[in-house]
Design a protein around this ligand. Structure first.
Ligand SMILES: *Cc1c(COP(=O)(O)O)cnc(C)c1O
Length: 349
């Protein structure tokens, strides 16, 4: 093993998509959010697999991502752009048949003037104050926009990872008030909202993290395994130190493995001295600082040193690592580095 290996189980992504599709019921179409390079896992491979499994609506953050997904998928599936129709994007939107979710009067004007008759959707702000039309603005713009036949009207929940949060009911009520009776397809929920039940499903759901094995989809199948190759093993005597700033000192005779990956690969430096790598099902504590390209691990208790140690795998998922790093699974996934050799498992079941 020369370079760290990131194994991405496309079969597990499809199983997660199908499980979420079953949860959302037959009246609701299940799309797939593949922004940020499919949460770091490779937009082209992931989107193609999902399209083969039956996904027809894909969502990305910006037009450039939409271009990449269109090139991977070819014609057919709809690709929605959350950031809408930005200045300079007109040609890409037209040439690749992308569907911008228009967020403002500026974007509506730009889209209707530059690409009359071209598909679009509308994003509404139901309280998150991030993207989309607010209620009074929508009231004024709707009579202009609706006759042009939007593909979808959507909004986004701010607190769907906390099902009991009153914000969810407030946004649901606001979404109804802004969209009831329009006769346009509606979408409110990402993974968290989908899991809150039928009231949140509407016509289309937009799961992202749940496809990739992260919370709040507790029943998700794990998708990634990240194995870091052991470069060297050394004996360290009591009183000797390991790594930058002498941050770790051996209390007893120790064996330390140096593995190839570091903060340049998305392994947060804050994990130094706190994270655990795994030799199969045996935990091995990270000792000392995390360097740019290297991590040192205490393997004194192992009878045999494996070729690689897992940061992500059956014993430790993205949310476990996120907890130790003080962040969320989303950030662990999207931070996965470019140096990893990505291996895809597909059609194995
Ligand atoms: C990222 C995103 C999603 C997907 O969210 P998950 O929590 O990953 O399921 C859906 N809709 C919008 C607007 C988003 O930005």
């Amino acid at each position: 093993m020369a370079t760290a290996s990131l194994r991405i189980d496309l079969d597990a992504i499809l199983a997660n998509w199908r499980a979420l599709d079953a949860l959302s019921g037959p009246a609701t179409e299940t799309g797939a959010v593949v922004k940020a390079n499919s949460y770091g896992l490779g937009a082209a491979r992931v989107a193609r697999a999902l399209a083969r499994a039956g996904a027809r609506k894909f969502f990305v953050a910006c037009t450039e991502e939409g271009v990449a997904v269109r090139q991977a998928l070819g014609e057919g599936p709809q690709i929605f752009i959350f950031s809408g129709h930005m200045a300079g994007d007109t040609e890409m939107i037209a040439d690749l048949g992308l569907t911008p979710m228009l967020n403002s009067l500026d974007q509506v004007t730009r889209h209707f003037e530059a690409l009359p008759g071209a598909p679009f959707g509308i994003q509404l702000d139901t309280g998150m104050n991030r993207l989309g039309f607010e209620a009074p603005e929508w009231q004024a713009v709707a009579p202009i926009v609706l006759p042009q036949g939007p593909e979808l009207v959507m909004s986004h929940l701010a607190c769907s990872d906390e099902p009991e949060h009153p914000m969810n009911a407030a946004q649901l009520a606001q979404f109804h008030a802004m969209t009831d009776g329009l006769g346009v397809k509606r979408s409110l929920s990402a993974t968290g909202g989908l899991l809150m039940g039928p009231a949140f499903h509407f016509d289309v759901v937009r799961p992202g993290i749940g496809l990739y094995g992260g919370l709040p989809f507790e029943a998700a199948e794990p998708v990634v395994r990240l194995t870091l190759p052991v470069v060297q093993v050394r004996e360290v005597a009591p009183g000797e130190t390991v790594g930058y700033s002498n941050a770790w000192e051996a209390e007893g005779p120790s064996r330390i493995a140096t593995v190839s990956a570091g903060y340049a690969d998305g392994i947060h430096r804050t994990l130094g001295g706190r994270a655990t790598l795994w030799a199969g099902d045996v935990p091995c504590p990270v000792v000392g600082r995390i360097s740019m390209d290297l991590i040192t691990v205490d393997v004194t208790h192992l009878s045999e040193i494996p070729a690689g140690l897992d940061l992500l795998g059956p014993c430790q998922g993205v949310d476990d690592v996120a907890d130790v790093a003080g962040t969320i699974g989303y950030e662990i996934l999207t931070g996965l580095g470019q140096r990893y050799a990505r291996h895809y498992v597909e059609g194995a079941r």
